[in-house]
Design a protein around this ligand. Structure first.
Ligand code: MN
Length: 315
């Protein structure tokens, strides 16, 4: 097999605490030739309903990702040997203007998707996923959504605004970017506004697996349910870091207690082997609320690496 043109710094030569902070210490490259995976940031956070802060998410995830090593012992795959990974940098955004930001994301992401490169976004709040899906759907058609999140994000509006971090997947379904019948949302929990809140997601056609129900499934059972649901449909996996319990991931905007551990999250993701994953994002990392060990950013960096490993397995 030919060497990937781009690979992270060798930690035996430049130690992991050294070097310029890019995702996994991969080279910062914007020329798309020879690239398999573009990890990129979308530092937008003014569509949040509570705490702002994920504009600094990409920076924190990059910093924590310096710890990542190339080889995945459970999947038995060398991620950087299989994939030419680059850090594409951050896309342009307009703080305070969600719809203008969407246009900027769409324009900037289109060449990556057109080139057949696997795009992996570091958020940013969850509103950004709508723009990612718009671009991806033009290439793949309607996608299957696999979402791990404390919230379904299928509300109709917030403060009179239809484009907000809690309305993303309702808009995506309305715009025909997703096939809700092939999609599965899991991890939903906590207090809601009214009895019918999650029913809204189900009425759109999504399968909603609440945190209570997800707890009764083994990781393999979850993986099986997802595979049954998505079939061969191209999958977008969206990981909201608030899927994790605030004890594991305090650095987020709308934390919900009684969430999942990092070990559980990693097991659920590993159980997704075999899905046709075409893109992903990890969102809602809000570093100013993180702990002194930056455990939220560390969790997000590792989740991203798990997603890249799934993609590496499929190639
Ligand atoms: Mn969310």
């Amino acid at each position: 097999m030919a060497e990937p043109p781009y690979r992270p710094l060798d930690a035996q030569v430049i130690p992991r605490f050294a070097g310029i902070r890019t995702f996994m210490r991969a080279p910062h490259v914007t020329d798309l030739r020879g690239v398999d995976v573009a990890v990129y940031g979308i530092p937008f956070d003014t569509a949040t309903t509570y705490r702002t802060g994920p504009r600094f998410g990409p920076e924190a995830i990059r910093s924590a990702s310096a710890l990542l090593r190339p080889y995945h012992p459970v999947h038995d795959v060398d991620v950087v040997e299989k994939l030419s990974i680059v850090d594409y940098g951050d896309l342009p955004v307009s703080p305070g203007d969600t719809q203008r930001t969407y246009r900027q994301i769409e324009e900037a992401l289109a060449p990556i998707v057109d080139a057949g490169i696997f795009p992996a976004a570091m958020g940013g709040d969850h509103s950004i996923t709508l723009a990612e899906l718009r671009v991806l759907a033009t290439k793949h058609g309607p996608l299957a959504l696999v979402q791990l999140d404390a919230h379904a994000d299928t509300w109709d509006e917030y403060f009179g605004q239809r484009y907000f971090h809690g309305t993303t997947f309702k808009r995506a379904a309305e715009e025909g970017l997703l096939t809700p019948k092939a999609s599965l949302q899991a991890g939903m929990r906590g207090s809601v506004y009214a009895a019918g809140d999650l029913e809204g997601a189900r009425e759109l056609g999504f399968t909603v697996v609440t945190a209570e129900e997800l707890r009764t499934l083994t990781a393999e059972q979850y993986g099986e349910r997802v595979r049954e649901r998505v079939g061969d449909t191209p999958v977008f996996l969206s990981f909201d870091v608030d899927f994790l319990d605030p004890a594991f991931a305090p650095g987020t905007g709308t934390p919900e207690i009684a969430g999942f551990s990092t070990a559980e999250a990693v097991a659920f993701i590993r159980a997704l082997r075999g899905i046709n994953l075409v893109a992903c994002d990890v969102v809602e990392v809000s570093p100013s609320y993180d702990g002194p060990g930056q455990q939220t950013a560390l969790a997000a960096a590792n989740v991203m690496w798990e997603l890249l490993a799934l993609h590496a397995l499929a190639r």
